[in-house]
Design a protein around this ligand. Structure first.
Ligand SMILES: [Zn+2]
Length: 270
């Protein structure tokens, strides 16, 4: 998230998101496969359909480490996308998947089962030789892990799985920067990591401002960049629509604009 001093907030793109969306395999359930050993998606689709009380239109296995599961109603039934690690999951986990996907009454308990399975079976993020350490989520004033968990429950159905940490304040530049913008948050897809600028970990910064920046970056984890005419687009109209769903979005934007001078003055390490 970027706070410019122009009246159009967040018009600058975030940096540090790597290219290439993860590969996906889709199983159209109408297709008959004649393989002796069903692929993971076919098998999971069959078992999901058994547990679901509504039709399953499609099942997509993804490598998206940040979104465990999404389910979207379509004319032909539920379109479900789920992380690859659920292929071959034991029956109780598949039943829990179905409960969460269908939004059933026992969704909360089922979600715990789904998350626990994912926690134990998710792939390790790629290792980076340096600068890969996630850093601290607990700051002097705000605990980002706590904030992420709350935002996750309220806006992502508890289904987003992202790491979060305070970034390090940059060292002052020799020549003062002319640019009057500050990156209050970034999302690194390769590390599946949200970083928040430490300038927000200060007395006087309202909680809803930190929550708003966290929400924005978590949206990037939930909505991979789309490529339009060869250009990667992050802040699509749909992104902006979902960004405004955050309850204090307007208030947070206004606070950031009103306090941009203080934020810019305090951005460097001392
Ligand atoms: Zn952004």
């Amino acid at each position: 998230m970027t706070a410019p001093n122009s009246p159009a907030p967040g018009s600058k793109m975030d940096r540090g998101n790597p290219p290439s969306p993860p590969p996906r395999t889709e199983t159209k359930l109408s297709e008959r496969r004649h393989e002796k050993v069903p692929s993971g998606a076919d098998d999971l689709a069959r078992r999901l359909r058994h547990s679901l009380d509504k039709p399953l239109a499609s099942l997509t296995l993804t490598d998206n480490r940040s979104t465990i599961l999404s389910a979207r109603p379509s004319p032909r039934g539920l379109a479900v996308r789920v992380h690859r690690s659920f292929a071959g999951a034991p029956d109780p986990v598949v039943e829990a998947l179905a409960e969460v996907a269908a939004g059933g009454r026992h969704r909360r308990a089922a979600l715990a089962v789904v998350r626990e399975h994912f926690r134990r079976h998710r792939p390790e993020p790629p290792r980076r030789p340096h600068r890969a350490s996630a850093g601290e989520a607990r700051g002097r004033h705000f605990d980002l892990a706590e904030i992420r968990d709350r935002v996750n429950q309220a806006y992502f159905g508890g289904l987003l799985d992202v790491a979060i940490a305070w970034g390090r304040a940059p060292v002052p530049r020799r020549r003062p920067q002319r640019r009057r913008t500050i990156h209050l948050g970034t999302y690194r897809a390769d590390l599946n990591l949200v970083r928040i600028h430490p300038v927000l970990d200060r007395r006087g910064v309202p909680l809803y401002v930190v929550e708003s920046v966290v929400h924005h970056e978590m949206l990037h984890a939930a909505m991979p960049a789309t490529v339009v005419a060869g250009r990667r687009r992050l802040h699509t109209p749909e992104f902006r629509r979902r960004e405004r769903l955050f309850a204090d979005h307007e208030r947070a934007q206004a606070w950031i604009e009103d306090h941009l001078d203080q934020l810019l003055a305090a951005r460097y390490r001392r």
